[in-house]
Design a protein around this ligand. Sequence first.
Ligand code: AMP
Ligand code: MG
Length: 430
Amino acid sequence: MLSVSQTETIIFNLVQPLKAQRDVEVVSLLTALDRILAAPVTSALDFPHWDNSAMDGYAVRYEDVKHCNEQPVVLEIVEEIPAGIEPQKSIQPGQAARILTGAMMPVGADTVVIQEQTQREGNRVSILAAPKPQEFVRHRASFYQAGSVLLSPGIMLNAPEIAILAAAQCTQMTVYRRPRVAILSTGDELATPDQPLQPGQIVDSNQYALAALVAQTGAEPFQVGIVPDQPEALKNAIAKALQTSDLVLSSGGVSVGDYDYVDRILASLGAEIHVRAVAVKPGKPLTVATFTPTDAHYKPVLYFGLPGNPVSALVSFWRFVQPAIKKLSGLSRSWGPTFVPARSRGELRSDGKRETYLWGQLYLVNGGYEFQLAAGSHSSGNLINLAQTNGLAVLPVGQTSVSSGEPIQVMQVGLPIDETSRKSQVASRN
Ligand code: AMP
Ligand code: MG
């Protein structure tokens, strides 16, 4: 059986990211949020576009004011320059211009004296303290030089990048299309949430959980629905899903039960199977397969057969599928899950045979993480106490227990709950 880290390596090597030449679309500033840039962005503008003032004050010649610590210097105000107005005069020795934040520096001036260090009388201003040379001037191109790379492909567009694109007057940008992920559930016992349940039936909750996780990862879920445990039906459903997706996710039917057909069907459809089981708990049965392009589907398709148990399906998604989707989506880095060091708030147990993921709540307390195991059964069939899970404590193979207060690694799957006391927040701010 493969270890978790071996499986992760195999998966990363199998993922072929979307292609920047083919798998792209154009979005606008208002629809760019969370999308992955597919082409470099450059600008013909320098940033700042011209020398400008960082403060409200007076634009002066440094030569005129460098000695005014000993004695104030009086300058003639020849112009007022608010933001958005082009200066009309050049500053001669003995002159200054009233200038406001963001306004263009006038020719001749090289330094700004903040208004707090001046005293104005009519069209004259006394400079009371010497500035540093070039103080409070934001120089042209000091932030960015026209023509160099402004934003690189493979980054996710969030508020800062969207602000940069807007400032560069880049109103349309090329991003990777969202990866398409087909989701199918296998099992004769499954019903939809709106169907009356017959004896022996349960709701196909995985379909909805996985669709939510796929969407949360920036991909587009395509819900195939429930497929009965019949080889022919399953084969048709998978073959169809391959045509429209970059990745196919199924849940159920991958263990060794009499009705677990997925692996056989994948093989019969020409897939290469790379992973069949992983030494992880929950989630031991995991199938990872690839389809090379054929006439029916022009691009490579990755297949994940997740176990049917609801907790196993979610944990397998977080640990193995989400990183694969992130790499597939064109993101250039940070594909893997985030692990943080935490202290356990209680005792944790494992049989030590497989890498064990225990679900619960991750707290942030005065700068450190704490993990609270979810109360109730840790059966992989129990999805009820999975509510509010934002972290999974990881017990490596060989470790059978963790005592209360001991350090552990926690895989983060949501934002930690901040329980930092108000007192310490105030203290850390001061
Ligand atoms: P399997 O992997 O098919 O052996 O299923 C393992 C367990 O997960 C069984 O108890 C199934 O009833 C349950 N299960 C399978 N598929 C789903 C699903 N889509 N939603 C919720 N539970 C499921
Ligand atoms: Mg089944």
